[in-house]
Design a protein around this ligand. Sequence first.
Ligand code: GLU
Length: 305
Amino acid sequence: MSEHAGQHRDEVVKETPYRGRFAPSPTGDLHFGSLVAALGSWLRARAMGGAWLVRIEDLDPPREVVGAAERQLATLAAFGLLSDEPLVRQSERHAHYEAALQRLIDDGLAFPCACSRKQLEASGGLHLAPCAAPAAGTPHAWRARVPDIDIAFDDPVVGHYTQSLRREVGDFVLKRNDGLYAYQLAVVVDDAAQGITEIVRGADLLDSTPRQIWLQAALGLPTPRYLHLPLVLDEHGRKLGKSLTSLPVDAQDPLPALRAALRFLGQHDHPDCSSVTALLQRATTHFDVTAIPASIPSRIGEGSD
Ligand code: GLU
């Protein structure tokens, strides 16, 4: 019986066309870390014979930098990374986030909360205990009512990852008290709406994934697969040279940064390829997901050892 179920699942996986995505927030120019995430998700999608979509996560106007989205897209284009479908902008999708929030409220899985940061200090900033309903007219957030549950998933790079949602995250915010929708809610709604089958992104979002898997179940949405790429640290971190962080902003000369990103992902950098198109094509043919390091590789950038 279980063997039959397993076979069936494999067939379903094969039959579903692969759809990946890159979802930058327009908070600045595309840096090397974003290039790694863009390239990693693009290569994986292409190697799987699938589509690659770009979504602009312009959910938080106060954090946005004017013109950043357009510059990010121009840089991606210079690197040969073009969305296969029209761009989606989160700023145009508020009605969908509201509908999802309403469903959670109707199902008793979201509640209004006017707790201040100060009030949550004693619990390490986490919302763990039931709170009083805000008085009418008080500005308040909406939080997910998180059960005591362990959420686990298997990542081809990171391996098995488990999070105890209630203890490690608590009742997280779905809509802020300033009326802005939270990333966790919007990303789940949009990944489902775009039919994303696998999410490839930086490991900085690893601890968000269990929240998203829980929300998908709560909203009756499918759960995609997840692959988290190693993190690129800036000059204040370890191992990453200053020159490398500045590489991708040079959209005029994309090849060195593309090669550095390939090496960072544990892939061959094909020095004989003299155009972006040729390099991307060769990198797709030779893409080896098992070569992606789970942590920061010791050899990155030209001349580092
Ligand atoms: N917009 C998020 C960021 O730029 C990424 C979201 C995601 O890949 O899930 O950090």
